[in-house]
Ligand binder design. Sequence first.
Ligand code: ADP
Ligand code: MG
Length: 277
Amino acid sequence: MTDMTTFSTSASEPVPSGAIPAVKATQVHKAFGSLHVLKGVDLTVMPGTVTVILGPSGSGKSTFLRLINQLETLTGGEIEVDGELIGYKRTGRTDADGREIWQTLDDKAIAAQRSKLGMVFQRFNLFPHMTAIENVMEAPVHVKHMNKAEARELAVAELQRVGLGERLDYYPSELSGGQQQRVAIARALAMKPEIMLFDEPTSALDPELVGEVLNVMLSLAKEGMTMIVVTHEIGFAREVADQVVFMDGGVVVEHGGPDIIDHPSEPRFKDFLQHVL
Ligand code: ADP
Ligand code: MG
């Protein structure tokens, strides 16, 4: 008997045959009113890999991450996380025009899908009146209903993981921007996501604080975390990315291995690199 799922069509594909993508976006469109922001984005992210998305401001990078995390809803196309369509349930039935009918998922099902993803933003968004450890414990206690002792233990471990084991009881205002961003990463990790989304996590930081945050992200990547990272840190992309995607004007203009950074083929990507390097 032939098992078609283990058949790989491409010899150059460095991906275990039959593996389910962590994220698979197909012809994703997003419009805000008459503003057509994403115009057919395709992206496949395999488990345990790091994808870096580059692109000028306004190209739709944040919108794309927000769609994956269901902070926005799609205008067209589809996104699968872990092989599961997000936001909708396939019914297997078709309408009069032969299109498959999708049912909107309920809030509980959407929350379950969203819990697979952790997100880190440019602005750290920590609760200012809570200490580092309280910030990290918040969601495990209030969303996952974990008991406090257990959540505390988990929060200590996650803060140690980002190098802040000595800063558990500091308030955000007592921490540097880099430390605050590391707390934000620990807070996302405490929810045990399968995939981490980073939206320009170092863009708001003073230059001398960027490295400590990138180092935490590097160690996460080495642990095998699946990551999608929007960043202008070309060095990080070169060193850590398995896949580099250049977006402009709501489409993927070029994608490939990290080598495309040094050998871009599309003029728009070349031009972009000349401005950021
Ligand atoms: P990037 O992250 O690449 O800078 P964004 O995804 O933030 O790009 O934005 C792409 C475009 O979509 C921009 O023109 C932005 O103004 C617009 N946009 C983003 N979010 C909204 C929104 N909620 N309502 C209206 N327009 C939006
Ligand atoms: Mg953005």
